[in-house]
Design a protein around this ligand. Structure first.
Ligand code: COA
Ligand code: MG
Length: 295
């Protein structure tokens, strides 16, 4: 919901295969807001056990610049899922990201598997199946009674299941993306956009990230370090956004505007509903600025 206080930024979430030691080492120093150590799609079946061990060891060693480190587990309906969840529940990961959630009961099963995890551990879920699209509201509603707090769109798996084509304008996915944002917002769930596979084409990436930002996503999932900087920029309020937000806040604070629902700011109408938005914009910009000065 709009009124949800902003505690941390999730503008950029970089995946890397937990089986890739070089990528883990590299990720420690990268300015992504979130790092996701992957045990699922990016890891071949024969490397699954080794990847799980590497992820647990990387978490124990720590040293990531990212504000949050998550691990994507294999599904509980696969050969590796149960062992993944069991191992991850004993770590200090900020979140376990679970794949191919389709119905509310899937969230309940993953939540139960994390019953003994540390109290702050969050459950994040991939939205990447056709069934999930039909159950968005019911899945998001599980946030009220479980650790569920964030969704990541899995557009590659969705395309595969739908037998749809991923085109640069993503026209096939637009209704799904906006319905997913609505369901997430309705239940206070953070939502990240899917990945852009063409990691060498930063112009295409920027256009896709801006499309996601316009849709209301909090951030975007990434596959390559080269995408981070652009992503952080696109999902941070611009100088103009912040100036407008400050003007709206100042306008509503004027004594003559007390008790008004709509006022005039720089020749535009601002309503009380914009005030909430403006406060959020300023809060996000301040966190981004503090991070820059700390990093
Ligand atoms: N995280 C951390 N470091 C990464 C990285 C990632 N996702 N992707 C690449 N790097 C590192 C490489 O190790 C390399 O480091 P080095 O030059 O210092 O040794 C550097 O960045 C440049 O990599 P580059 O040569 O451009 O890419 P690549 O050909 O090695 O790898 C991919 C390309 C797509 C295989 C790789 O980016 C990757 O594995 N991405 C994540 C895939 C994933 O997790 N998918 C699951 C979710 S969709
Ligand atoms: Mg997937």
């Amino acid at each position: 919901m709009n009124a949800t206080p902003v505690h941390r930024l999730r503008r950029s979430a970089l995946y890397l295969p937990a089986s890739n030691a070089r990528a883990i080492e590299k990720a420690r120093g990268l300015p992504a807001d979130v790092v996701i150590l992957d045990l699922e799609d990016a890891v071949a079946p024969e490397a699954k056990d080794e990847a799980r061990e590497a992820a647990v060891a990387a978490l124990a060693q720590g040293g990531f610049a990212a504000g949050e480190v998550a691990v994507r587990a294999n599904g509980l309906d696969t050969h590796w899922g149960e062992a993944d969840l069991k191992a991850l529940a004993q770590t200090d990961a900020h979140a376990v990201l679970v794949p191919k959630v389709s119905i509310p009961d899937d969230i309940a099963r993953y939540d139960a598997a994390l019953a003994n995890a540390h109290s702050g551990m969050q459950l994040w879920a991939m939205i990447e199946t056709c069934r999930a699209v039909a159950n968005l509201d019911a899945i998001a509603q599980m946030a009220a009674s479980t650790r569920l707090s964030l969704w990541v769109m899995g557009t590659n798996d969705l395309a595969k299941e739908m037998r749809a084509q991923l085109t640069p304008d993503r026209s096939v996915f637009l209704p799904i993306l906006s319905l997913a944002v609505c369901a997430a917002r309705a239940h206070g769930v953070t939502i990240l956009d899917g990945v852009c596979n063409e990691f060498r084409d930063l112009d295409l990436f920027r256009a896709e990230a801006m499309q996601g930002a316009r849709f209301g996503f909090d951030g975007k999932s990434l596959i390559h370090p080269a995408q981070i900087e652009t992503c952080n920029k696109v999902f941070s309020p611009s100088v103009e956004d912040v100036a407008w937000a400050r003007a709206v806040i100042a306008g509503f604070a004027l004594p003559e505007n007390r008790g008004k629902g709509a006022i005039s700011v720089d020749g535009n109408m601002a309503e009380l509903l914009h005030l909430e938005d403006a406060r959020r914009t300023v809060a996000v910009a301040e966190i981004a600025r503090n991070e820059r000065s700390n990093g």
